[in-house]
Design a protein around this ligand. Structure first.
Ligand SMILES: [Zn+2]
Ligand SMILES: [Zn+2]
Length: 125
């Protein structure tokens, strides 16, 4: 099972090792997911490094608040039931799957307490 913490910690380390190369920052969707992950119960339980926090903040800055707001305002279909919601009201996985407030209860639980996506990733937000 993929741990978001391990994944982003590794990406943050690479980014710092490459002198904070802008090209190594997260793409817009992964940034949105990372922002939600940092605020998740699983992240609170596992904890994360200053590097990870800095990496997510730098990615957020690079993507820009306009783009983030735009993504949250878009509508998307719940990957489970197909109902359309604003992304703001959906929970998301980095793989691109999104789940509505009803369907999230059908998902398994990741070891850190977050909901687990069918891809093995963590559903947050
Ligand atoms: Zn649903
Ligand atoms: Zn997924």
């Amino acid at each position: 099972m993929t741990s978001v913490k391990e994944q982003i910690e590794a990406e943050a380390k690479d980014w710092i090792d490459r002198r904070r190369d802008q090209k190594m920052l997260l793409n817009p969707w992964a940034t949105l997911h990372a922002i939600c992950w940092v605020g998740s119960d699983g992240a609170k339980k596992e904890g994360y490094s200053e590097n990870l926090a800095e990496f997510v903040a730098a990615s957020k800055l690079a993507v820009g608040m306009n783009k983030i707001d735009q993504m949250l305002n878009q509508r998307d279909h719940c990957s489970y039931c197909g109902t359309r919601f604003r992304v703001e009201n959906l929970s998301l996985c980095r793989c691109g799957n999104v789940y509505c407030y009803k369907c999230i209860w059908n998902l398994g639980i990741h070891p850190n307490g977050n909901r687990a996506c069918y891809c093995g990733g963590e559903v947050v937000g």
